[in-house]
Design a binder for this molecule. Sequence first.
Ligand code: FSO
Ligand code: SF4
Length: 553
Amino acid sequence: MFCIQCEQTIRTPAGNGCSYAQGMCGKLAATSDLQDLLIYMLQGLSTYAVKLREFEVIDPQVDTFVPKAFFATLTNVNFDDERITEYAKEAARLRDQLKQRYLELCEQRGVTPEPMSAAATLLLGASKAELLQQAKVAAPNRGDDLNEDILGLRLLCLYGLKGAAAYMEHARVLDQTSSEVAGRFHEIMAFLATDSTDADKLFATAMEIGQLNYSVMAMLDAGETAAFGHPEPTQVNTKPVKGKAILVSGHDMKDLELILQQTEGKGINVYTHGEMLPALAYPELKKYPHLVGNYGSAWQNQQKEFANFPGAVVMTSNCIIDPNVGQYADRIFTRSIVGWPGVTHLTGDDFSAVIDKALALEGFAYDEIPHMITIGFARNALMNAAPAVVENVKNGNIRHFFLIGGCDGDKAERSYFTDLAKAAPKDSLILTLGCGKYKFNKLEFGDINGIPRLLDIGQCNDAYSAIQLALALSEIFECDINELPLSLVLSWFEQKAIVVLLTLLSLGVKNIRTGPTPPAFLTANLLKVLEDKFGLRNVGTVEEDLEAILGAA
Ligand code: FSO
Ligand code: SF4
């Protein structure tokens, strides 16, 4: 196996990347290799999708399938070899269909079929042993004497596109699809199958992926607000309430809505977990009285939190980790692309298995004293607050904005983000998004003339709302986005964060700080290029960074 896609990858002086029998996330070598093969097959399928588009033939099933199956290979999503193999076989079946169609069209129009990349011509083996043998050609570090900067750029594109694919699938669930976006996505997938060694082209592709993802995040924002209304500032209880319970984690609010509908009147309380927390601010979700609050924190604490939760758990998307450790594998359910061997996987819209499980479990025995936090400052709420914010900026009450966004994780160095939030001067606002906020979102930050100092924008994809706010402020203050008194500090963990970063860079946002460590697939040379071009740098100490930020403000 060779996997280097997330922050917890193994780093040794001899080389970085998880390359032994098992990755740090628990992914076994066979699963990792099958995922590589799946990606390779998807690239081959996209290659034919691109060719058919030249004949103005679009297959919506393929446009849906490729990003969805690609999503299954993100960190902490699918650990089930059988499901990964099924996806690879489906990719081969769809590719052969498209190939047939392509050859027919070439013949009809008297055109010679073009030679295809190796990914588009691979004949998938039948047995697992054959597939694992074949996976060698699909390894992300394939090729002899591969220059490590080129490899780093390829991986930046591959992992960035994987993040965009995840957001495409989140948007599709909410009926937001775009044939143009799918076309651009297939082109990049097909390009990555060609194993390009052209650094300029690869760098330009990384920026193109960022741009593509900007469109995807706009689609997702449109889908979420059309389905559930605009988030509004909301007080949320973070303590348990007496009664039977279901916990919903991941990003898919459509699943949460189905669960809320199907549990109505059944005496079951529903809680959000991890990235589902922002759902509590959407009018069409918060209207359900049995959506009682949030339980627990970010993904990396789930083995303790799910073990202590006396009800059923539904994992709608990333991030899942081994449920056997906390012995709750018999009461956790996976959805869509998520998979863990031996865990019940639910397809379709029927959640009765989850409801039955919750009813059979004891639930919470008593109410705990509520602890309320405020959430719900997405695009609309931020725009509504903008005039007051602008006035406070103009009269000097608000000196600076910090956007502390991204993922949470286990590393001790992640205390940086809490320390930064705590040390941010009292005349600054702190905007959060993603699951990294759990490190400090239960602390009290006070307000500035009625404007809460801690404003949670939402999930990691709600970076879109933050960008809209920054654009609006730069218009009001008639300045470039980089001249605003705004500093972006991003904690990264996996591929969604990589693509959000590419989006910000592609929009020309400069001087972003990321941490706690730089992605291991970026070489020193590549980090230097990103620093020179965009002022991108790793976080330092809180004191140094605050001095640099506020001194320069
Ligand atoms: Fe967190 Fe996981 Fe949004 Fe990520 S739950 S780490 S970037 O997948 O999704 O912030
Ligand atoms: Fe290693 Fe991360 Fe890949 Fe898991 S996802 S194998 S921890 S790099």
